[in-house]
Design a protein around this ligand. Structure first.
Ligand code: PHB
Length: 389
């Protein structure tokens, strides 16, 4: 068997790339080790930059997003009794859209099905070879049968733990990483959000975030030690801890209810360089991880895919390898800036016990400075709505 482009991973990066290629008539197959239901069951972030929305529009998959997504023109940062609104619209002329990654994944899967795109779920033993030659090949097992596919290019969209990055010889890749000494305990609940915009909270007891998926579904997080397990956090403990960290008005009006999903996520900054190895390209979490504080993960997958689709379209439609040669540098330039912003937001808002009281006072001084400086707010806002592609 043969395809032009073999995409590994049917998360947002792989599905987005698949949709870009489908619309250009480039033949691609997506391989996914999990089931469709598993992929759709993962709860991930939900804040889209306007450029991500624009990409989904161009791909013809923004109908439900426009009907159900919520435009947010600002968000709050609560600290030391103050509540600062970052007015994204006034500071940047742009806004963000709250729409769950799960919903985008579903929309992309539906669009792919409707267009006849090929996806094989629950494949195992995926191995990639020959990407340093002109004849890459991917082998795997599907429904008990061994398969071998020849292709022109392999796109590794298979996440942090995927086989793609792991197949690159260690001498050819450089990894940069920071692991943070805490996690986020997240709860999804069918309760009305405590506020119509997001609230990021910097509190002595640790960070908290009030987010949402719709007007009736809330997503809340509290910073927690990495040593803790989900079963140590019954709903009552979560709601009590969240309420203690919220500013007065929000604490009073917080609506609580049974959790419908609860999980602890570690926080990590990670970048692999470069993103191209001959005929293998990495995109999305396979190539980089950001801590969730800046809501950048999915948006970075979208910008990678934008650059990668341009590279592949250039190759097939314009017989040009210029964009292909530029892919790694173009994508990484944007990735590093989003890494910086996510690392900065994380450092600004979380409790770092080892930084002591001096560290806390530096955070408060920086928050006070932002509150009093339109320039500082603009710097924050233009990163939050997303840097240009
Ligand atoms: C979320 O809704 O899950 C979310 C929102 C904003 C963030 C991180 C996560 O910064």
């Amino acid at each position: 068997m043969r395809v032009q482009v073999l995409i590994i991973g049917a998360g947002p990066a792989g599905l987005l790339l698949g949709q870009c290629l489908l619309r250009e008539g480039i033949d691609a197959l997506i391989l996914e080790s999990r089931s469709r239901e598993y992929v759709l069951g993962r709860i991930r972030a939900g804040v889209l930059e306007s450029a991500t929305v624009a990409l989904l529009e161009r791909l013809g998959v923004a109908g439900r997003l426009h009907a159900e997504g919520l435009a947010h023109e600002g968000f709050d940062i609560a600290f030391a009794g103050e509540r600062l609104r970052i007015d994204l619209a006034a500071l940047t002329g742009r806004s963000v859209t709250v729409y769950g990654q799960t919903e985008i994944t579903k929309d992309l899967m539906d669009a792919r099905d409707a267009a006849g795109g090929k996806t094989s779920y629950e494949v195992s033993d995926v191995a990639i070879e020959g990407f340093d030659t002109d004849h890459p090949r991917v082998t795997y097992t599907h429904k008990g049968n061994s398969q071998s596919i020849d292709c022109d290019f392999i796109c590794g969209c298979d996440g942090f733990h995927g086989v793609s990055r792991a197949s690159v010889p260690p001498a050819a890749i450089r990894l940069y990483e920071r692991v943070y000494p805490f996690g986020w305990m997240g709860v999804l609940s069918d309760t009305p959000p405590v506020h119509d915009e997001l609230i990021y909270v910097s509190h002595e007891r640790g960070f908290a975030l009030c987010s949402q998926r719709s007007r009736t579904r809330s997503r809340y997080y509290v910073q927690c030690p990495l040593s803790e397990q989900v079963d140590e956090w019954p709903d009552e403990r979560f709601w009590a801890e969240l309420r203690r960290r919220l500013p007065g008005e929000a604490a009073k009006t917080l609506a609580t209810g049974p959790s419908i999903e609860k999980s602890i996520a570690p926080l990590r900054s990670f970048v692999a360089e470069p993103l191209r190895f001959g005929r293998l390209f990495l995109a999305g979490d396979a190539a980089h991880i950001v801590p969730p504080t800046g809501a950048k993960g999915l948006n970075l997958a979208a910008s990678d895919v934008y650059y990668l689709a341009e590279a592949l379209v250039g190759f097939y439609k314009e017989k040009s390898i210029v964009k292909m040669d530029q892919y790694s540098a173009r994508a990484l330039s944007r990735v590093w800036k989003a890494e910086r912003f996510s690392w900065w937001m994380t450092k600004l808002l979380h409790r770092f016990p080892e930084e002591g009281e001096f560290g806390r006072r530096m955070q408060l001084a920086e928050l006070e400075y932002i509150a009093g400086s339109r320039a500082a707010q603009t710097a924050l806002a233009e990163n939050y709505v997303g840097l240009p592609y």
